[in-house]
Ligand binder design. Structure first.
Ligand code: GDP
Length: 711
């Protein structure tokens, strides 16, 4: 029983998964021959199907590693291209088409490629064999073929005809054997003729006496001998394409009748080997023997590979077990844990602070628009003279104008869309916290998981957005009509707005310093500013075409037109926008106003809510605090708690059991470090499996040998 080849073929397919390593290749039968020597016909006669590419234009351009698997218990015959994921192709003409396409994909310019095509054929009619078909040797290079083609084919074949492979050297009977390229190549690598089988095709084309003489060749004696075949079935007019048994039996019948009609030359007593059936048997036997004798060296090579993999696993990965699933599960757990920690730290007070900061900015904007929008001298809320600070402020608190100003500002604050603003601020912050957590998690190196997690967060936040925003807007509705500020809130507001103004002042000053360095020094900036001042008063008319301006300054440096008093976004880069002079004047004026307002806020008059019309900043700050506190109550229920509850569940959904095995593998391998770790483990496991199989094979072999000896 030839079980060894079958088992070894199984082992080989496992080894192919381990990765190509020349020391791990098991012996195959390599088929070489000149073009038209009948190489394809011989292979097809062995398989019993027409399946090889046909045509005059060099149709075999890549090695075809053909594995034949005998399946005695099944009637079905089919082929598979494991590399392409093509399974169970029962139509052999479709296999032929695929092979043709794969071969012709090699460009005419390259003509040959050493990248092998793997094809496995399962059938009850084939023996267990592993064969490699190579491009046929050519005598003359065709017109549109590269000159070095002959050389390239020969080198490709040389690569494959090395030990422990068996060489099937095909020569046609109607060509002098001395001229056989296949035999010459084989003789170079196997001079003693120990692992070459000579196949002489087209025996029907020569005189039987001469045919028999060829098979007895003494020029290049082969231990495994020569086999003469007639592998071309006669054309049968009724059949378009012959079925497997048809082709097999047709060839067998044809050969039989040919060889038996020349019994003297080819009969049992003639001492020559003929016929495809004989050839098949010989191939099986020889491969089995070769496999058997390479068992030890192959298992040694596997042991060595295994030792290397074990060493790498120990040294590089500390023997730490890992699987794609466990890696994903651990990463997800760690991420959820860090999220939980964040959730414990980010609650109502943090949301309130975020929202209040945002509202502080809005208050500053409102102040700038309603109160600070006049040159200092016109500001009647507070008339500031350097030595009159104690008299602050001077505006008439009973003036209806200031009442309306404050009411309008408060109304603008409450109606600016607090619901939307609050929801946006908190959502954005949550999303960016998730991003931060991601960055410091395992997922940082996994685009696939990153995307899934970011989307999980945004999906929940988007879903909650409108209802949260409506709820918040609803709950602050009463403030749109009236805001009552208590003394305690006033005192807090006074303290707080002082800090806000100080910060704004610092930002203005920093921006000015930045401008100075942009312009090229303080003096230069001052010059530009005084020029702008004069032009503002109407002393100078600034004209320019945008490139050059008055007073020797460029128009870009001066800026054109007067600045509208809007709040400066801190650390903004707007100063680069060619309006330096104007910008500087704006900043200087603004800093002056803020200084003045700071003094006003600190003044005795602003100590009590009674003087709220003097101190609109404090009133609006206190109002903003009210809005923030109220909004946060609803944000907490509608958005934050929902998010904290749903987010981990959404993560489980997107990265948990739903993922297929392939997706999990794909995820884990996105990280090159994890990929290598997983690969070394897989390699180790496969090699262990192979070694185990090899050991039991060796035992089996040993038993067989003992039995043979015993008999
Ligand atoms: P390859 O180029 O070496 O693969 O050769 P093929 O198998 O394509 O055969 C070349 C030609 O020789 C084809 O026309 C075959 O039909 C023919 N041929 C192959 N084997 C035999 C044979 O044993 N006898 C005869 N008469 N013709 C054959």
């Amino acid at each position: 029983m030839m079980v060894l080849t079958k088992k070894m073929i199984e082992i080989r397919s496992i080894l192919q998964k381990v990765g190509q390593s020349s020391s791990l290749t098991l012996p195959s039968i390599v088929v070489i021959g000149s073009q038209s020597s009948g190489k394809s016909s011989v292979l097809e006669a062995i398989v019993g199907h027409e399946f090889l590419p046909k045509g005059s234009n060099m149709v075999t351009r890549r090695p075809i590693e053909l594995t034949l698997v005998n399946t005695p218990e099944s009637k079905e015959e089919y082929g598979e291209f494991p590399d392409l994921g093509l399974r169970r192709i029962t139509d052999f003409s479709s296999i032929q088409r695929t092979l043709t396409e794969l071969n012709l994909a090699v460009s005419d310019a390259d003509c040959v490629s050493d990248d092998p095509i793997h094809l496995t054929v399962y059938s009850p009619n084939v023996p267990d064999l592993s064969l490699i078909d190579l491009p046929g040797y050519i005598q003359v290079v065709g017109q549109d073929q590269p000159l070095e083609l002959k050389q390239k084919i020969s080198e490709l074949c040389d690569k494959y005809i090395q030990p422990p492979n068996v060489i099937l050297a095909i020569s046609a009977a109607d060509v002098d054997l001395a001229n056989s390229t296949a035999l010459r190549a084989s003789r170079r690598v196997d001079p003693r003729g120990e692992r070459t089988i000579g196949v002489v095709t087209k025996m029907d084309l020569v005189d039987p006496t001469r045919g028999a003489a060829i098979l007895n060749d003494k020029q290049y004696p082969l231990r495994l001998g020569y086999v003469g075949v007639v592998s071309k079935a006669p054309q049968s007019p009724g059949l378009f394409k012959m079925g497997p048994t048809n082709l097999l039996s047709a060839i067998a019948k044809h050969e039989n009748s040919f060889f038996s009609s020349h019994a003297l030359e080819f009969g049992p007593d003639a001492g020559v080997n003929v016929g495809t059936t004989t050839l098949r048997r010989k191939l099986m036997h020889v491969l089995e023997q070769t496999m058997s004798s390479s068992l030890q060296s192959t298992s040694d090579a596997i042991k060595q590979e295994l030792e290397e993999a074990t060493y790498e696993f120990k040294v590089q990965y500390n023997d730490r077990p890992l699987s794609a699933e466990s890696y994903l599960a651990e990463s997800l757990d760690a991420f959820k844990h860090s999220f939980k920690q964040f959730a414990e730290e980010f609650g109502r007070p943090q949301m309130r602070e975020l929202l209040k900061n945002e509202l502080d900015q809005k208050v500053l904007d409102l102040m700038a628009a309603r109160y600070w929008n006049k040159p200092i001298a016109d500001l009647s809320v507070v008339q500031l003279e350097p030595d009159q600070i104690a008299d602050l402020p001077k505006a008439d608190p009973s003036s209806l104008y200031w009442h309306r100003q404050l009411d309008a500002s408060a109304s603008a604050l409450t109606k600016l869309g607090v619901g939307r603003l609050a929801t946006t601020v908190v959502s954005t912050s949550l999303q960016s916290h998730v991003d931060m957590l991601l960055n410091s998690s395992n997922f940082a190196t996994h685009p696939f998981a990153r995307k899934a997690i970011t989307e999980a967060a945004s999906t929940i936040l988007n879903e909650r957005f409108y209802s949260t925003s409506d709820q918040v807007e609803n709950c602050i509705k009463p403030f749109k009509f009236e805001i009552d500020v208590e003394e305690r809130e006033w005192a807090q507001g006074r303290q707080h707005v002082g800090d806000v103004l100080k910060k704004e002042l610092r930002d203005c000053e920093a921006a000015l310093v930045h401008l100075e360095s942009t312009v090229g020094g303080r003096r230069k900036l001052k010059e530009v500013m005084s020029f702008v001042d004069k032009s503002r008063k109407g002393d100078i008319v600034v004209e320019g075409d945008g490139r050059s301006g008055a007073g020797g300054f460029s128009a870009a440096l001066l800026g054109k037109g007067m600045h509208i008093f809007v709040r400066v976004p801190p650390r903004s880069h707007r100063y680069a926008n060619n309006e330096l002079g104007r910008e500087a004047v704006f900043l200087r004026d603004r800093a002056d106003i803020i200084k003045m307002r700071l003094m006003a806020v600190k003044s005795r008059q602003c100590a009590s809510i009674k003087n709220k019309y003097y101190c609109p900043e404090i009133f609006l700050d206190a109002a903003a605090s009210r809005l923030a506190s109220t909004a946060v109550l609803f944000l907490n229920v509608e958005l934050l708690s929902e998010f904290y509850y749903n987010f981990p569940r959404e993560l489980d959904l997107r990265l948990g059991r739903h993922l297929s095995q392939e997706e999990v593998e794909q995820f884990a391998k996105e990280d090159p470090k994890i990929r290598r770790h997983l690969e070394v483990i897989r390699r180790k496991e496969l090699l262990e499996l192979v070694l185990e199989k090899m050991e039991s094979l060796k035992q089996l072999e040993g038993r067989d040998r003992d039995r043979v000896v015993g008999e």
